[in-house]
Design a protein around this ligand. Structure first.
Ligand SMILES: Nc1ncnc2c1ncn2[C@@H]1O[C@H](COP(=O)(O)OP(=O)(O)O)[C@@H](O)[C@H]1O
Ligand SMILES: [Mg+2]
Length: 244
């Protein structure tokens, strides 16, 4: 069963054509990235998958059913934690909406990721990287099949981002959820994913689908592998439209 199946998707805002004939699928337990220039329509795609926008045409199915609101675990670009809630209460918020609030589960997960001492802290007491971990946990334990992560690390400095990559890979490799990850960072997409879709400038089309050939668990050194370097070059050329 596919976690996500998008076929022939088109979307326009009035006469601004944003997404054009997009086909994407994410299998159960697969990590898929979309890499595309900024303004190409990546966040719009998430709003369509999350059911807050209705596509101009085409179909989107989650677990073989047409999309409805609230069927994805969503992590936005900014952690968007609620400042008046403690960390543990931020982690469970998506489960409260589905009537399954569970602070024990929140504490268990905070423990697994080394944030147990912050369970009763407030978001402003945490660093940017820690807040992103909390936002990711919130999406992870939301109990939805498909996790949609929208450029979650783009506001972090390079070192924190590298730490977050390791952290995310470790958690994901142990849990194998279906993930759709959006980024404008080609290296990040190749490092994390099983499959990478490259988007063109707006109106975005899929210019390439790449099956990433590297073993799991992924080693940090994979970025120096000649075939990694070659794929990175190829995607860079495709996205900037450089002819070869
Ligand atoms: N609600 C909206 N109404 C009109 N235009 C929008 C709306 N949301 C996004 N856009 C436009 O659609 C294009 C794609 O935006 P977006 O999906 O946010 O791109 P990305 O996430 O790839 O940077 C941009 O030109 C943006 O200005
Ligand atoms: Mg965006």
């Amino acid at each position: 069963m596919s976690a996500l199946e998008i076929r022939g998707l088109n979307h326009s805002f009035k006469d601004l054509e944003v997404l054009k004939n997009i086909d994407i699928s994410v299998q159960e337990g697969e990590f898929v990235s979309i890499v595309g220039p900024s303004g190409s329509g990546k966040s719009t795609l998430f709003h369509l998958i999350g059911g807050v926008l209705t596509p101009t045409s085409g179909s989107i199915e989650i677990n073989n059913e047409p999309v409805k609101r609230g069927k994805i675990g969503y992590m936005p670009q900014q952690p968007a934690l609620m400042p008046w809630r403690t960390i543990e209460k931020n982690v469970v918020v998506a489960r409260e909406i589905s009537g399954k609030s569970d602070l024990t589960l929140a504490r268990e997960w905070l423990g697994k990721v080394g944030l147990e001492q912050f369970a009763k802290s407030y978001p402003h007491q945490l660093s940017g990287g820690m807040q992103q971990r909390v936002a990711f946990l919130r999406a992870l334990i939301s109990d939805q099949e498909l996790l949609c992560l929208d450029e979650p690390f783009s506001a972090l400095d390079a070192m924190t981002r590298a730490e977050m990559h390791r952290w995310l890979l470790d958690i994901w490799e142990a849990n194998r959820r279906a993930v759709l990850f959006v980024t404008h960072n080609i290296e990040e997409a190749l490092l994390l994913s099983d499959t990478v879709y490259a988007f063109s400038h707006r109106p975005a089309t899929v210019v390439e689908k790449i099956t990433v050939p590297f073993d799991r668990p992924r080693r940090d050194e994979v970025v120096d592998d000649p075939s990694f370097v070659k794929l990175r070059r190829r995607l860079t050329d495709l996205m900037t439209g450089t002819p070869r």
